[in-house]
Design a protein around this ligand. Structure first.
Ligand SMILES: [Mn+2]
Length: 304
């Protein structure tokens, strides 16, 4: 299957200049996916560059990538041009100008994806899908690539605690870690369980953490999340929800989904804030925003 996808990707980008786009508010997986796709295109002598179009990149992401030797500044390219050829990684739609030629993503969607090549797979990370394409090519996979892959998979699944973990992929990574002698694997794991530093953030920063915006059947939907040890205190939670209610009313948002992950007790608290009120749900596991929560919300908005 990957060989076929690899061939159609290479066919559609051959002789062109490709802009590889991580999603807005880029995270570790989307940037690592861009780096890995860039290496794969380099191998086929296809001109490409990585474009981070959104200035907002979390400090955690900057720190991890800089420790891996990547200075994100050289990928920050903000010019909007309608004739740019875009290859989206870790997302399937963009508000940025250009023509989308390819999409590689692990987020499920019911909407139509407009691209010449579209590769979706339910995976721990988009970087894993790109790793499989590398494997299907004859390019040499190095220890550095396995390290990048490990970071992307570990961060995206909260060190395999998240329900989006694909067990066979986790086992495959563990084999690769041994094969390629990644001595620091247990240290990397500690580094990849990211906590939101809510004690040093303003209310606005907390409620906007990891924010993503969606347009679902003409409705404006936002989501954001925090990862903490334990659950929020009632008073703190009230303040956050009050702030989101204000934003929903003033910014004309149809629904804001705020998620609080309790990484200590493996619980997820989800708050659905609309103009008419707040609903909440509790899960006894770390569920996934992209694989569990957003698809249900898509369903809801498309079946209203
Ligand atoms: Mn991802």
């Amino acid at each position: 299957m990957y060989k076929d996808y690899l061939n159609s990707i290479i066919d559609s980008v051959k002789g062109r200049y490709i802009n590889i786009l991580p999603h807005d508010y880029a995270d570790v997986d989307s940037i690592i996916s861009a780096i890995m796709l860039s290496k794969l295109l380099d191998y086929y002598n296809i001109k490409n560059r990585i474009c981070i179009m959104d200035k907002k990149v979390s400090e955690d992401t900057k720190r991890i990538l800089s420790n891996l030797g990547y200075d994100l500044k050289k990928f920050m390219i903000y010019n909007e041009k309608s004739n740019k050829l875009l290859f989206l990684v870790d997302h399937y739609a963009t508000k940025h100008e250009g023509r989308v030629i390819g999409v590689i993503d692990h987020h499920f969607t019911v909407s139509n994806v407009n691209a010449q090549v579209y590769l979706y797979k339910k995976s721990c990370a988009t970087a894993y899908i790109i790793y499989k394409l590398m494997e299907a090519s004859s390019m040499i996979v190095t220890k550095e690539i396995i390290e990048l892959l490990a970071y992307a998979m570990l961060v995206d699944t909260s060190v395999f605690k998240s329900s989006k973990t694909v067990k066979s992929e986790m086992e495959e990574l563990e084999k690769l870690v041994t094969k390629y002698n990644l001595e620091d694997y247990s240290k990397i794991k500690d580094e990849c369980l990211l906590f939101t530093d809510i004690n040093n953030m303003s209310i606005d920063e907390i409620v906007q953490n990891g924010r993503k915006n969606y347009i679902l059947n003409y409705c404006n939907v936002s989501s954001s999340y925090i990862q903490i040890k334990g659950c929020l205190e009632a008073k703190e939670l009230d303040k956050l929800l009050d702030d989101i209610v204000k934003k929903v009313l003033t910014d004309n948002i149809d629904m804001w989904v705020f998620i609080s992950f309790d990484m200590q007790n493996d619980k997820t608290y989800v708050y659905y804030i609309t103009k008419i009120g707040i609903e909440e749900r509790e899960f006894n596991s770390i569920v996934s925003r992209g694989s569990d929560i957003i698809p249900k919300i898509e369903d809801y908005f498309y079946n209203i």
